[in-house]
Ligand binder design. Structure first.
Ligand SMILES: Nc1ncnc2c1ncn2[C@@H]1O[C@H](COP(=O)(O)OP(=O)(O)O)[C@@H](O)[C@H]1O
Ligand SMILES: [Mg+2]
Length: 306
C-alpha cells in the first residue's frame, strides 16, 4: 500500500505517469480504502495509462478486461472448457463404460453418470476470465475494466455484484472468494451514462486535458529527443487548438504524435509550412483541419510565445 500522497505521486511518476495532485489523491485513496476507482474523461487523456502506472507503481499484476457491446459473463468471469471436457470423456470411455455396466434401464445409467458429473464440472475444466483471474491471482493484482461504457448495462449490474462481494458463485462448484482484494480501475469515455449504483461504489475521478505545465512535462518525459523549444511550441499550439470548438479536440495522444513527427522532421519550431503539412496528424476530421487552417495565424502566434 502507498503510505502517503507524496509517495503515490512519486511512484506514479517513476512508473512513467505524471499525475496532477487530484489524480494522485484519487489513486492514493483508492489504494488505502480498497475501493474501485472510476476514471471518466475524453479519449486520449491517459485513463488507460493511469491503470497501467498504478499497477507498476504498486507492484501489482495488471489484469485487463476490455469492454465491448455484448460482453458477457462467460468472457469476463469464467467458461467451461468444453473441448477438454469432451477429450476427457473420450479418454475415460472405459471407466465410464464400467460405471454404467449392469444398469437396468437408461434412467438408471443416466443416474449413475449424473453421480459422477461433478468430475467434469470442477476447477480442472474451468477457464478463468479476467475478473475471476484478478480475484484468484496468487500475486496482488489490479483489474482494469477498460471502457465500461461500451458494455451493456446488464453487464455493469453483474460487475457491481462482484465488486461488492469480492466473490463469484459458480453453481456447479460453489462460491469462489477473492484471495486478496484486487485494486480496480474502471475507465469510461462517457459514451453512455453509468448507473448511480456503480458510481456510488467507486471513487470518481474526472480526467480532462492537462494544464500546459503538466502536458509539457509529459511531452518532455515521453519524447526526450525533441528540444524544449519545440515541445513548448507544440503544447501551446495544441492548447490553442482546444479552444477552437472542434469536433474532436486534440488529446495528449495527438500532442505526442505531433511532436514525435516534428522531431523526426528535425523541426526546432513550428512554421507555417510545417503546420500545413502536419495538421492532419493532430486533427482527425476534415472539417476540423479546415477550421484550424482559417485560424493559422493565431495558432502560430500562440506557438511562438510558447
Ligand atoms: N499523465 C501522463 N503521464 C504520461 N503519459 C501520459 C499521461 N497521460 C497520458 N499519457 C499518454 O497519453 C497517451 C494516451 O493515453 P491513454 O491512456 O491511451 O488515454 P485514454 O485511455 O484516456 O484514451 C498514452 O501514450 C499515454 O502514455
Ligand atoms: Mg483508453
Amino acid at each position: 500500500m502507498f503510505t502517503s500522497l507524496d509517495e503515490t505521486a512519486e511512484k506514479l511518476a517513476a512508473a512513467g505517469y505524471l499525475p496532477s495532485r487530484e489524480i494522485a489523491t484519487a489513486v492514493f485513496l483508492a489504494d488505502r480504502l480498497e475501493k474501485p476507482i472510476l476514471v471518466e474523461g475524453p479519449a486520449g487523456v491517459g485513463k488507460t495509462e493511469l491503470a497501467h502506472a498504478f499497477a507498476r507503481a504498486s507492484g501489482r499484476a495488471l489484469v485487463r478486461l476490455q469492454c465491448y457491446e455484448g460482453l458477457d459473463e462467460s468472457k469476463a468471469l469464467y467458461e467451461w472448457e468444453y473441448a477438454k471436457q469432451l477429450l476427457y470423456t473420450q479418454l475415460l470411455k472405459d471407466r465410464i463404460g464400467a460405471t454404467v455396466e449392469g444398469a437396468g434401464s437408461l434412467a438408471d445409467a443416466a443416474e449413475r453418470i449424473a453421480g459422477e458429473g461433478n468430475v467434469f464440472f470442477s476447477e480442472r475444466f474451468l477457464v478463468a476470465r479476467p475478473v475471476l483471474k484478478a480475484l484468484t491471482s496468487e500475486v496482488p493484482a489490479l483489474l482494469l475494466v477498460d471502457e465500461i461504457d461500451k458494455a451493456d448495462p446488464e453487464f455493469e449490474a453483474f460487475l457491481l455484484e462482484v465488486l461488492s462481494d469480492w466473490a463469484v458463485t459458480v453453481p456447479e462448484i460453489g462460491t469462489i472468494r477473492a484471495r486478496q482484494v484486487p485494486r480496480v480501475v474502471l475507465t469510461s469515455n462517457a459514451a453512455r451514462d453509468l448507473s448511480d449504483a456503480l458510481k456510488r461504489r467507486c471513487l470518481h475521478l474526472h480526467v480532462d486535458f492537462p494544464t500546459r505545465e503538466r502536458e509539457l512535462a509529459i511531452v518532455r518525459a515521453r519524447v526526450p529527443d525533441a528540444s524544449e523549444a519545440l515541445a513548448r511550441a507544440v503544447v501551446a499550439a495544441v492548447a490553442k487548438l482546444r479552444t477552437l470548438d472542434l469536433r474532436k479536440p486534440p488529446s495528449i495522444s495527438e500532442t505526442l504524435d505531433w511532436i514525435r513527427a516534428l522531431a523526426i522532421l528535425n523541426a526546432d519550431r513550428l512554421d507555417p509550412a510545417l503546420l500545413d503539412d502536419t495538421l492532419s496528424l493532430v486533427l482527425k476530421y476534415e472539417a476540423d483541419v479546415a477550421r484550424a487552417r482559417e485560424r493559422k495565424g493565431e495558432i502560430l502566434a500562440a506557438a511562438q510565445v510558447g
